[in-house]
Write a protein that binds this ligand. Structure first.
Ligand SMILES: Nc1ncnc2c1ncn2[C@@H]1O[C@H](COP(=O)(O)OP(=O)(O)OC[C@H]2O[C@@H]([n+]3cccc(C(=O)O)c3)[C@H](O)[C@@H]2O)[C@@H](O)[C@H]1O
Ligand SMILES: Nc1ncnc2c1ncn2[C@@H]1O[C@H](COP(=O)(O)OP(=O)(O)OP(=O)(O)O)[C@@H](O)[C@H]1O
Ligand SMILES: [Mg+2]
Length: 240
């Protein structure tokens, strides 16, 4: 049973590290809900979900609270808007990005990195590990911010494609409205994973599980995998 296996895996990893529990970012999306539910099973009250709005929608915040309530996950909120604005103001005094789309991307990536800083503060203060929420699709094509949401200690759902995460969510009692929500990184208004990646989860899941897909889809995925190789490796060191 995959739930028992993942729960045991989490317990073993945390125990091996000499830690007491885990902390994670609670977004109101399905991935963090599943990670939260698994963590709750593994560690009881030694779990902390942190809601970290950074120009986030009110709906996401309400969804995150709903997940915490329904799954009885201890949870706090740390607002990152002021830190984000303060840093951005200083950065832009040196370099202001002319291209609108590029500016949106560069600015968007500040948010997961501020969340990473926040999670590590609480992890070390409490003797916890930082647990990530990336799934197999995101990891394979590099759909995550390097050292942002990718900067974590453990990735319990990293071997599961999105449809498998959905199955797990149903089993774990994640609220229906969270399971049916359109996946979004929430880094800018109206962002959706599928539109930004230019590929549907259904197609990505199918290719990763069976190797099948149209020529165009296969080509696209392989290109994304190649371009994001650096995100799945430690920084290269010259051999001397
Ligand atoms: N070949 C190479 N070797 C070594 N390093 C290389 C490199 N190419 C780029 N880099 C480095 O990587 C940086 C670019 O990577 P990165 O900073 O990650 O930036 P990037 O891959 O452009 O952006 C992250 C993507 O993931 C999405 N995202 C982020 C966070 C959460 C979620 C979500 O689903 O919730 C999605 C986000 O919307 C965006 O599309 C470059 O600035 C450069 O420093
Ligand atoms: N507002 C937020 N507060 C706390 N953590 C967040 C917030 N936004 C994103 N995160 C963290 O970043 C992770 C990556 O976001 P991502 O959108 O891939 O996952 P999700 O929101 O859980 O599910 P989905 O991909 O279906 O939207 C989240 O799972 C969560 O840990
Ligand atoms: Mg999300």
């Amino acid at each position: 049973m995959v739930v028992d296996l993942l729960t045991e895996w989490l317990k073993t990893r945390v125990q091996e590290a000499g830690a007491q529990g885990v902390v994670f970012g609670l977004s109101g999306g399905i991935d963090s809900a599943v990670v939260g539910a698994l963590s709750r099973r593994a560690f009881g009250d030694d779990v902390l979900g942190i809601i970290m709005p950074c120009q986030s929608s009110v709906q996401d915040m309400l969804d995150a609270k709903l997940v915490a309530d329904e799954l009885s996950i201890p949870c706090i909120m740390v607002e990152l808007d002021d830190a984000y604005q303060l840093l951005l103001g200083q950065y832009e005094a040196f370099v202001k990005i002319g291209n609108e789309e590029k500016a949106r991307q560069v600015k968007g990536n500040i948010k997961p990195r501020l969340r990473m800083i926040t999670l590590y503060y609480f992890a070390q203060a409490l003797g916890y590990l930082v647990v990530g929420t990336s799934n197999r699709d995101e990891l394979e094509v590099g759909y995550f911010t390097k050292y942002g949401d990718g900067g974590v200690d453990l990735m319990p759902i990293g071997a599961l494609v999105k449809s498998q995460v959905r199955e797990l969510a149903k089993f774990l009692g994640v609220p229906e409205c969270i399971i049916n929500k359109v996946p979004s990184a929430g880094l800018y208004e109206n962002q959706t994973d599928e539109a930004e990646m230019g590929i549907r989860y259904e197609d990505l899941d199918r290719y990763l599980l069976t190797g099948e897909g149209t020529d165009e889809i296969v080509r696209k995925i392989r290109t994304m995998q190649k371009l994001s190789e650096h995100k799945r490796r430690l920084p290269p060191i010259p051999e001397l």
